[in-house]
Design a protein around this ligand. Structure first.
Ligand code: ATP
Ligand code: MG
Length: 580
């Protein structure tokens, strides 16, 4: 108390400064002459006040944020920017075609305009886009049809294509050009759009109807600062891997160097349509639950739980409400944060059926191997599709495949198993295994070491399957590992959708899938080693057969022909008694 008094009577200099009263001119004045003078006089720096900071505080538009943080969206360098742009457009085309039940046929064209200036055009045969929606889809970040639902698709955030357009605009000043047509009877619409980053709104530069040769579909063209190079993490790589995981897709690629690649569809059927699911109560966070309670149209708590969540029957809803100590007929909007907490806790206590898993569609074991065979010529292949599992209430499936050893295709048929074994073992020297990653059939190219798949591969003991491996490193050998996660919501580590987050349930499934493949691979490698050792022993004995023949000839007084026959017989006995 005494201290409080003394402060009031004779306030110290510091207390005065900290009081933030308007009579403190130096504080409220903008950093300028006055501030400098005082700073010089007192020998201290001029600091901001809550008031001076308030004058600079304002909301940030989502486009301004991502324009500054373009690396979060996968536009950190020109080479990656080219890949991200192609990827966003192709992924959208594939999603749209599949949702509309159309076997996708996509045309990808990259033209070099200048040294570091490219134009990407992606044209699909999808359902097209309704005219009214075109400006928002391509000229507004966080606008899409996939974010508010739980359904397996390549896109999920509503950022992808508008971000690519924004990057193009920022680096070249050029608008995004869109042509879209919804049916033979409808006209094709042509738009030139720019994103107004301050407002996160589309600016329409050009809007007209045109003649277009396609009956339905969408074409998007973006000019951007970019760099084209082949090899790892390239557009070429991405398209090749897309073809592996999407055998129903037909791709035509016109590279900037004049090359034209075709990836025809190897099956003419679409994969089964994934079902949309409602969130599972166990996976919903408290904040989300509160928001859902505010937004719901349900009139009673029972109705809310039954209608907004999956796997909640009337009986389960009753149990949750009883455990939470609430009333079934209460309006959800009337409930407060404390009540939400009670429901949240009750959900964890009541036994609720696991989420329905027909919402996730795997690539399939055979299809994975067929795809892998298109790019890796190996001696051994195996794959596994795990049973559906759940993380944070979201169903998911992990698939893995491995390809191992490199047979010389031309000579494979003539080679003995021993020769093949030696060859594949020789190929292992110092070579590091390759990992191909997919999330909802989309190849992931960057941030490998941040990905749950990579962490699981390096965390496995591959030595027990007969491969060399340094501590915490990828296994060595002529090995290609493919991992695919299919889910209604893939938990990416950032908006650029490059790496899968390491939820324990996900890493466990990946580990189990890898172990299953690893065991089969181990048997194959061990068999190869056995063959190799046997061959070594055989050749050791074979070396002495001519000498034994000669000795037999001397002892038994045999002529040359008889010695040859004896040698042949000995070889026959050796091969029969020591089977490979
Ligand atoms: N080629 C297309 N054909 C039909 N609809 C499309 C096409 N491209 C985009 N769309 C629509 O535009 C929306 C926005 O696309 P965008 O790529 O910005 O986000 P997204 O695909 O929903 O999510 P993500 O940011 O993860 O890619 C999509 O949700 C889809 O409804
Ligand atoms: Mg998208």
């Amino acid at each position: 108390m005494a201290r409080k008094k003394s402060t009031k009577k004779t306030p110290s200099k510091t207390a005065k400064k900290a009081s933030g009263k308007p009579n403190n001119k130096r504080k409220s004045a903008p950093a300028g002459k006055t501030g400098k003078k005082t700073a010089r006089r007192t020998g201290r720096k001029s600091y901001a006040t809550a008031e001076s900071m308030a004058s600079a505080q304002r909301s940030i538009s989502v486009s301004e944020f991502f324009a500054k943080n373009r690396h979060l969206l996968g536009f950190d360098n020109p080479r990656k920017a080219l890949l991200t742009t192609v990827k966003e457009a192709v992924d959208n085309s594939l999603d749209a075609c599949e949702e509309a039940g159309i076997c996708p046929a996509i045309d990808i064209r990259i033209e070099q305009i200048d040294d570091d200036h490219y134009r990407v055009t992606v044209t699909d045969n999808g359902p097209g886009i309704v005219k009214k929606q075109i400006p928002n889809i391509f000229g507004k970040l966080l606008y899409g049809s996939k974010f508010h639902r739980l359904r397996m698709s390549r896109g999920q955030q509503g950022i992808g294509i508008s971000a690519a357009g924004m990057y193009g605009l920022l680096t070249t000043g050029k608008s995004v050009q869109i042509i879209s047509r919804t049916s033979k009877r409808a006209q094709a619409h042509y738009y030139e759009l720019q994103i107004d980053t301050k407002k996160n709104k589309p600016a329409i530069i050009e809007d007209q109807t045109i003649e277009w040769e396609h009956e339905h579909g969408t074409s998007v063209a973006i000019e951007l600062e970019a760099r084209y190079a082949r090899g790892r993490q390239s557009v070429d790589d991405y398209l090749q891997q897309t073809a592996i995981a999407n055998p129903h897709v037909s791709l035509t690629y016109h590279a900037p160097d004049g090359r034209e690649d075709h990836y025809p569809a190897s099956i003419d059927e679409l994969p089964p349509t994934p079902k949309e699911v409602k969130p599972h109560p166990e996976g919903v966070e408290l904040g989300v639950l509160i928001k859902m309670m505010q937004d719901t149209r349900a009139k009673t708590l029972t109705q809310f739980l039954r209608e907004e969540f999956s796997r909640v029957s009337a009986r389960v809803a009753g149990q949750i409400i009883e455990t939470a100590g609430l009333r079934a007929r209460t309006r959800p909007r009337r409930l407060d944060g404390e009540d939400a907490k009670k429901i949240f806790k009750a959900v964890q206590q009541v036994k609720i059926m696991s989420p329905a898993t027909d919402s996730v569609v795997p690539i399939g074991q055979e299809q994975l191997i067929a795809g892998l065979k298109q790019v890796v010529n190996a001696a051994f292949y195996t794959s596994v599709t795990r049973k559906p599992a759940v993380y944070r209430g979201n169903p998911f499936i992990i698939e893995a495949a491995v390809a191992y050893g490199k047979p010389d295709k031309k000579n494979t048929e003539k080679e003995t198993p021993g020769e093949q074994a030696r060859k594949s073992e020789d190929a292992d020297d110092g070579q590091v295994a390759k990992l191909i990653r997919f999330a909802n059939r989309v190849p992931l190219q960057y941030q490998q070491s941040a990905c749950a798949t990579h962490k699981s591969v390096v965390g496995m003991n591959w030595r027990s399957y007969g491969l060399a491996q340094g501590r915490g490193a990828m296994p060595q050998g002529d090995l290609t590992v493919v991992l695919h996660m299919a889910s209604v919501w893939v938990p990416f580590t950032s908006e650029s959708k490059e790496a899968i987050a390491s939820y324990p349930e996900i890493t466990r499934e990946i580990r189990l899938a890898l172990q299953e493949c690893g065991r089969k691979l181990g048997r194959h490698i061990k068999k190869n080693v056995r063959i190799r050792q046997e061959l070594k022993k055989r050749s050791y004995i074979q070396k002495y057969i001519p000498a034994i023949g000669e000795a037999l000839g001397d002892i038994l007084d045999l002529d040359e022909r008889q010695v040859d026959t004896a040698c042949d017989n000995l070889k026959g006995v050796l091969e029969r008694s020591r089977k490979l």
